[in-house]
Design a protein around this ligand. Structure first.
Ligand code: GLC
Length: 671
């Protein structure tokens, strides 16, 4: 595997971070910007001692004594940049073949609890077991040609709450390797070569892939970074090939970034937020030395300052996939990893002003990371949220400290699926109902709960909706339904069973019926239709990159191929997946693997599309491998969970006033 960071001198490894708050033992810390050495737990302890009340200090000292962990560094000057040297660590340990890349300095290792509140009032706190007795973040460096997981016994864990028989058997990576032993086509060989060239190394170990790797691109902007969402198809391609090291490293390093954040002006987003992307930077030190640092972007540099809400959700989804495919469940059982899951959930489940179980977000907080009128409750985020909750429920260790959280997850899962199935679903029949809606209904029994004015139904939709098939709309707010078809949200609803089995089938029927519009000459449209004229001007803010049928505004994104393949495989529609993969296979290499395509049917390479876009390449490879290994695909999707539906029916019955909704929940059970 080729590293893009070629250095003659072995650099030290650090995380370039800016720290805002630390709930270390509940003590907030002042803002400061600093270079942070991976083993800089010393800094936190030092900082904490400056600010901690005496009783806390006493507690801390006794904990330290008990655990015999000497963390203290020379006294720090609060609020100033500091560098903690880790050169000795890098040098010494690498001789033994064990290369300590980072020792997690994150506060979570030392916290015993994370306060949280969710709608379930019984759920009060996340208890983080382990105290100081936790494993530091250690990434073992192993010769690149060695298969790290093949040495491990597949440790098959079936979570107590894992209800999904089909996906409960982890396959070891040995089996994965065996499965890709077929003769590769020339296109596949080229794709693998390009994917491996995009690998980013940090301190000699692979940690992710560049978003795009076009040697002729003189202005890569942030495409030379590792994006969390972009890495998912790369990770799956590597995992399916039997190469799990890069994925493990990625999961652990991004976990490390999670606890820290940069500020956007004077404000810092919540702890637990995962960055949108990170970059490995080489920073010169004295005497011809240099070191590598990880520099995350939480949105503070991103165009439009968009919030990477989807990153943490993808991280959880990938963590589960890693366990399922490699059989290495030890990773997800680690205390720091368990805490990472809880911190993400803590952010998602905390109370706000929400009236709905769906997640409320700002515009551009997911794959569509520009203003596109998707603020509020966009389907993509809801589908990823639902999947992440299902993943977490499988992975969280069940103990006294997590049982309230697990209860909250179950309640949210059932409320969320009910909400989406009931209010986001449209087909011909439903559109006809909306068309005849009465408005201004003031009562808990209202049929038109969101006060949708029938005039909102767009003209294109009346003509477009097929007799057979339906889909989940893009967004729902008071007096507003966004009727655009968003592909990722719909596909991921199928994959995670957010939709009912009938709805899932109907979504694929609609894609088949509207093949020219949604697939056309290149799979698949990111959304349909494009915003044009006044709508484009008002909703995108006259965005010249998102002109009609370009980029996020109705462009075609080949990376969506792998999600389409997975959804088709789940629903037994291999024919559709193969048709789409064939289209991609003939065009992508000839066009140099573009990021997206433009025009109504995806005829042209996108106006500003990057070439050699990694998730295009990885999406293609993953699709091919999934098609060849259906048993692997089955590890990555979920079947209907009937227990969740029961929870929903019970909750509605107890509230006693939702006649039609209770009927709806019951009818969801029947489909
Ligand atoms: C664009 C896409 C975003 C992607 C990034 C890197 O900003 O909108 O989804 O993660 O490029 O490829």
């Amino acid at each position: 595997m080729k590293s893009i960071n070629f250095m003659t001198m072995k650099p030290c490894c650090r995380v370039l971070i800016s720290r805002k708050i630390s709930p270390f033992l509940g003590i907030p810390l002042p803002n400061s910007h600093q270079f942070f050495a991976p083993n800089s737990s010393a800094f936190q302890f030092n900082q904490s001692l400056h600010t901690a009340p005496k009783t806390r200090i006493a507690n801390l000292q006794s904990i330290l004594k008990e655990n015999q962990q000497p963390f203290f560094a020379p006294s720090s000057t609060r609020g100033q940049s500091r560098i903690f040297s880790s050169s000795c660590l890098c040098g010494k340990l690498s001789h033994r073949g064990l290369y300590v890349i980072a020792r997690v300095a994150s506060v979570r290792n030392y916290s015993t609890s994370v306060e949280t509140r969710v709608n379930d009032k019984n759920f009060e706190r996340i208890y983080v077991q382990g105290g100081l007795n936790v494993k530091p973040l250690v990434v073992e460096k192993i010769d690149l040609d060695e298969n790290i997981v093949s040495n491990e016994e597949p440790n098959v864990k079936v979570g107590e709450d894992s209800l999904d028989d089909k996906s409960s058997d982890g396959l070891s990576s040995v089996e994965a390797v065996k499965n890709v032993g077929r003769e590769q086509s020339e296109v596949d060989k080229e794709a693998w070569r390009l994917l491996e060239n995009a690998v980013v190394s940090y301190c000699g170990s692979p940690v992710g892939t560049l978003a795009a790797n076009d040697p002729n691109d003189k202005l890569p902007l942030n495409y030379d970074q590792v994006f969390i969402r972009d890495f998912v198809p790369s990770a799956l391609a590597f995992l399916l090939k039997g190469d799990s090291e890069i994925v493990r490293n990625f999961l652990l390093h991004t976990l490390q970034l999670q606890s820290w954040e940069k500020t956007v002006d004077c404000y810092s987003p919540g702890q637990g937020l995962m960055p949108a992307s990170f970059k490995v930077r080489t920073v010169p030190l004295d005497e011809n030395k240099s070191e590598e640092v990880l520099d995350p972007d939480f949105g503070e540099s991103a165009i439009g300052r968009v919030a990477p809400v989807d990153s943490g959700l993808w991280w959880i989804i990938l963590l589960r996939a890693y366990g399922k495919i490699t059989g290495d469940y030890a990773l997800q059982e680690r205390v720091d990893v368990q805490t990472g899951i809880k911190l993400i959930l803590n952010l998602c489940l905390s109370d706000g002003f929400d009236m709905f179980p769906s997640l409320l977000v700002t515009d551009g907080s997911c794959m569509i990371d520009r203003r596109m009128g998707i603020h509020g409750h966009p389907l993509e985020i809801q589908a990823l949220f639902y999947s992440a909750l299902r993943c977490s429920r499988e992975m969280l260790r069940v103990d006294d400290g997590s049982k309230n959280l697990i209860r909250a997850i179950n309640n949210r899962l059932s409320a969320l699926s009910f909400h989406i199935r009931e209010y986001y679903w449209v087909d011909m029949k439903k559109i006809n109902e909306i068309y005849r809606y009465k408005t201004e209904e003031y009562s808990t029994e209202a049929t038109n709960k969101f006060n949708i004015y029938p005039e909102q139904i767009p003209h294109w939709l009346m003509d477009w909706i097929p007799e057979k098939g339906g889909y989940l709309i893009g967004n729902l707010q008071p007096a507003h339904m966004d009727f655009r078809f968003f592909t990722l949200g719909n596909l991921w609803s199928i994959v995670s069973s957010l939709g009912t089995p009938k709805q899932n089938e109907a979504i694929l029927n609609l894609i088949e019926a509207k093949w020219d519009d949604l697939v056309g000459l290149m799979p698949l449209k990111i959304c349909y239709p494009a915003l044009e004229s006044e709508e484009w001007r008002i909703i995108t803010g006259s965005d010249p990159k998102n002109t009609p049928w370009s980029y996020h505004n109705g462009g075609s994104w080949p990376t969506l191929l792998w999600q389409f393949t997975l959804a088709c495989m789940k629903m037994g529609r291999m024919d559709l997946a193969k048709k789409a993969v064939d289209l991609a296979e003939t065009r992508l290499p000839a066009d140099r693997w573009p990021e997206y395509y433009d025009t109504r049917y995806g005829k042209f390479v996108g106006k500003q599309a990057r070439l050699y876009q990694t998730w295009t390449i990885a999406g293609y490879l993953t699709s091919k491998m999934l098609l060849e290994n259906p048993e692997m695909a089955s590890l990555l999707f979920w079947e209907e969970d009937y227990d969740l539906l029961e929870i929903c029916v019970c909750a509605l019955s107890k509230s006693g006033r939702k006649k039609c909704s209770r009927g709806a929940a019951k009818s969801q059970i029947l489909v």
